[in-house]
Design a protein around this ligand. Structure first.
Ligand code: SF4
Length: 342
């Protein structure tokens, strides 16, 4: 093969890659934001979130000046909320430590919250055209297949091998185009199932294709039973207002607003504690929300109360009109419950 892996990818990107993503050719802030949003999330989902986010927070200073509440409201629905919280913390650190300018130095970027080796390298390569190798989930799959590296890519030894390959394949020039090519290839050609090898720019010397091992490379994460949990949410309504409570900063949905969550059968304890009397009670259809590490079976209880408690509202809880609540920083399953109320 006369042309290197990198050169074939670069040529392919120019002809067939994606050129109209809203963060392409943008500044480091937008590249960083897109990289964080794209973790665990597909491009089509990310684009409208990205556009709303940069319209609300056009630069790092605006993001740093916003409250966590405002940032999470713009993240609401994207999932993995620690990403949004870290982004916000990082913006504040950039203002404090780097005068609001996204750092140029790889080590300084890596030191920011929520930024790992591959994300820092992607920002350096795409925004600063620096020669850095990336290795996100899609790239791991492309390289495992192209180089014929067997095993589960989450395993340390295998990951080290993939990093070595990623470094070795880096071109001397056009690193930004090459990095985008790898991302585009992983997302559109060398997909998890049914990769389009017939149109792949590196099919001529792809080990997986030649040895008919595409289906087994890379090996999937070893299966573990997914734990299942139950949660009851109390949709306490007065007129069109619903009670939401702010979740603690860590744990699932940290910092987001949710209806009060109780253990099964603990509904009356909650009501007694909060001094509320229920006028009407109905159980709404249960549903399951799947996280990466567990499944949550959710039972929503609609409780119409006669009067809002007269004592001062606790900090960290709020009565909001349902339409207004839908605009707040709420996780997807809560949005689903609230959507059922309008
Ligand atoms: S030939 Fe097929 S398996 Fe190999 S890198 Fe290309 S798309 Fe992936």
């Amino acid at each position: 093969m006369s042309e290197t892996f990198a050169q074939r990818l670069i040529d392919w990107q120019k002809q067939a890659g994606r050129h109209d993503l809203p963060w392409q050719g943008a500044d480091a802030y937008r590249v960083w934001l897109s990289e964080i949003m794209l973790q665990q999330t597909q491009v089509v989902t990310v684009i409208p979130y990205f556009e709303r986010f940069v319209a609300a927070f056009p630069d790092i200073a605006a993001l740093a000046a916003a409250s966590e509440e405002q940032v999470l409201a713009h993240w609401s629905g994207l999932g993995y909320y620690a990403r949004g919280r870290n982004l916000h913390r990082a913006a504040r650190l950039i203002v404090e430590q780097h005068h609001g300018e996204f750092p140029r130095d790889f080590e300084q970027i890596l030191a920011l919250p929520g930024i790992g080796r591959s994300t820092a390298a992607a920002v350096c390569a795409l925004a600063y055209h620096e020669r850095r190798a990336i290795l996100d989930g899609n790239v791991k799959r492309v390289l495992a297949r192209y180089c014929g590296i067997a095993g589960w890519a989450g395993e340390k030894k295998l990951e080290a091998q993939l990093w070595q390959q990623a470094e070795a394949l880096l071109p001397q020039r056009e690193v930004a185009t090459y990095t985008q090519a790898l991302m585009d290839m992983g997302a559109t050609v060398c997909t998890r199932s049914r990769p389009k090898c017939a149109i792949c720019p590196v099919q001529a010397d792809c080990v997986a294709l030649q040895t008919e091992r595409i289906a087994e490379l890379p090996a999937p994460r070893p299966r573990k039973a997914v734990p299942e949990k139950q949660a009851t949410f109390l949709l306490l309504m007065h007129g069109n207002d619903i009670l939401l409570e702010k979740r603690p900063g860590s744990g699932i949905w940290g910092g987001l607003w949710c209806p009060p969550q109780v253990e099964q059968g603990q509904e009356s304890d909650y009501l007694q504690r909060s001094g509320m009397t229920v006028a009407e009670r109905s159980e709404l259809p249960a549903f399951t929300h799947t996280f990466t590490h567990f499944k949550l079976h959710i039972t929503p209880l609609l409780l119409r109360i006669a009067r809002k408690p007269s004592r001062a509202q606790q900090t960290g809880s709020v009565w909001l009109d349902v339409e207004e609540a839908l605009q707040a920083a709420i996780p997807t399953p809560v949005r689903r419950m609230l959507d059922g109320l309008v």
